[in-house]
Design a protein around this ligand. Structure first.
Ligand SMILES: Cc1ncc(COP(=O)(O)O)c(C=O)c1O
Length: 373
């Protein structure tokens, strides 16, 4: 190891991150992270925490008092949802049409549940008839779906699933990692029982702290659960105690990440949630139209089923996606992403989120892409 490592200041390159997440950090979130740290029960910090919880409720569209933060990235929140609500021997129904739904299924298997899949082609969404037939057939205790499937660009509000699930008494886990902050989550309206998200996409914050919200009926189920979940760190009953008086110590939170999230939410509140959704919708549509002109083809055929702020396209036949991405990075310092799982090497995933969701930024990206095809 170089003898200068310990004293060298780092100077990371400045990129334009047009990927599916992480997205660009809001300047106010950056600034907040360098503010003085406090203790974990300092009244100031507890005030910040309470305001974050209010902001999360607003953006998730819920009135649930059990709305708080999981330490970790979106997968940590996913593991908290599955690890607390999917028990060994129970039936876990997963609506699978992409990479992240598969991840939830894997977590369910590791809990020892009987995992059953309702499967569709990647990029498609489920109809109420498909959801209801699956739920009636398999009688799951818990079902899970991905609201914005980042691997395909498909958006599924969840409405097609929740009514059938509740009719059978099943709880519904909704992965809102890629929807929150840029598109409607509407947890209470849709009827999601356990919604979780992340910091580094629609909230324009750094990864490491993830929102989770649990509906009153799901919390009641959890309160009645007789055994402890296998996980201690992500045990929601324990974790929740830190977020309400008397704020029992559970783990040491990271104040800079809380400050960043506070500011990320403040920025959303100032803009207005609906205005923010609309901005992402308009910019996404502009990007798709420009990409189609350049010969790219959207993976999700029906435009009403597309994620607004995450565009997934197949490149023209003469464009090799990995080399194309390298050219964008080398010439313009622009990052976009390739495919995951079975779509690796076949598609491009482009995010226009937060500070980059503007018509000017979309034009800049399209110009750079046109110069690289
Ligand atoms: C829909 C979805 N769920 C879960 C995750 C996992 O989140 P993380 O990478 O923050 O652990 C991602 C990450 O991109 C995602 O897009």
């Amino acid at each position: 190891m170089s003898t200068t490592t310990a004293t060298k200041r780092i100077a990371p390159p400045k990129r334009l991150i047009f990927g599916p997440g992480p997205s660009m950090i809001d300047p106010r979130a950056y600034e907040a992270m360098s503010q003085p740290l406090t203790g974990i029960r300092d009244p100031y910090f507890l005030g910040v925490m309470a305001e974050i919880q209010n902001g999360l409720r607003e953006v998730l569209g819920t009135r649930s008092s059990k709305t708080f933060l999981v330490p970790g990235s979106g997968s940590g929140a996913m593991e908290a949802a599955v690890g607390n609500f999917v028990k060994a021997g129970s039936t876990f129904g997963v609506f699978t049409a992409g990479y992240f739904a598969d991840r939830m299924a894997t977590m369910g298997q590791r809990q020892g549940a009987r995992v059953v899949h309702c499967t569709k082609e990647w990029g498609e969404v489920f109809t109420p008839e498909e959801a209801s037939a699956f739920i009636e057939r398999e009688k799951p205790d818990v079902v899970a779906f991905v609201q914005a499937e980042t691997s395909t660009g498909a958006y599924q509000s969840g409405r097609a699933i929740t009514a059938a699930a509740h009719k059978r008494g099943a709880l519904v886990i909704g992965d809102c990692v890629s929807s929150m902050g840029a598109m409607p989550v509407e947890m209470d309206l849709v009827g999601i029982d356990i919604a979780y998200s992340c910091a580094q996409k629609g909230l324009s914050c750094p990864a490491g702290l993830s929102p989770i919200s649990i509906s009153p009926r799901a919390w009641e189920w959890l309160e009645k659960r007789e055994d402890d979940p296998v996980t201690w760190y992500l045990d929601l009953r324990l974790l929740a105690k830190y977020f309400e008086p008397p704020h029992f110590y559970h783990h040491t939170p990271s104040p800079p990440l809380y400050y960043a999230m506070h500011q990320g939410l403040a920025v959303i509140e100032e803009e207005g949630l609906r205005e923010r959704w609309e901005r992402h919708r308009i910019v996404g549509q502009k990007l798709v139209a420009g990409l189609v002109k350049l010969g790219f083809e959207p993976l999700v055929k029906d435009s009403s089923e597309r994620i607004w702020h995450l565009t997934v396209v197949k490149p023209p036949a003469n464009v090799e996606e990995a080399k194309f991405r390298d050219r964008l990075m080398d010439k313009y310092g622009i990052e976009i992403a390739g495919g995951l799982g079975k779509l690796a090497g076949k598609i491009l995933r482009i995010g226009t989120m937060g500070p980059l969701a503007s018509e000017a930024q979309a034009e800049l990206l399209l110009d750079a892409m046109a110069a690289c095809v």
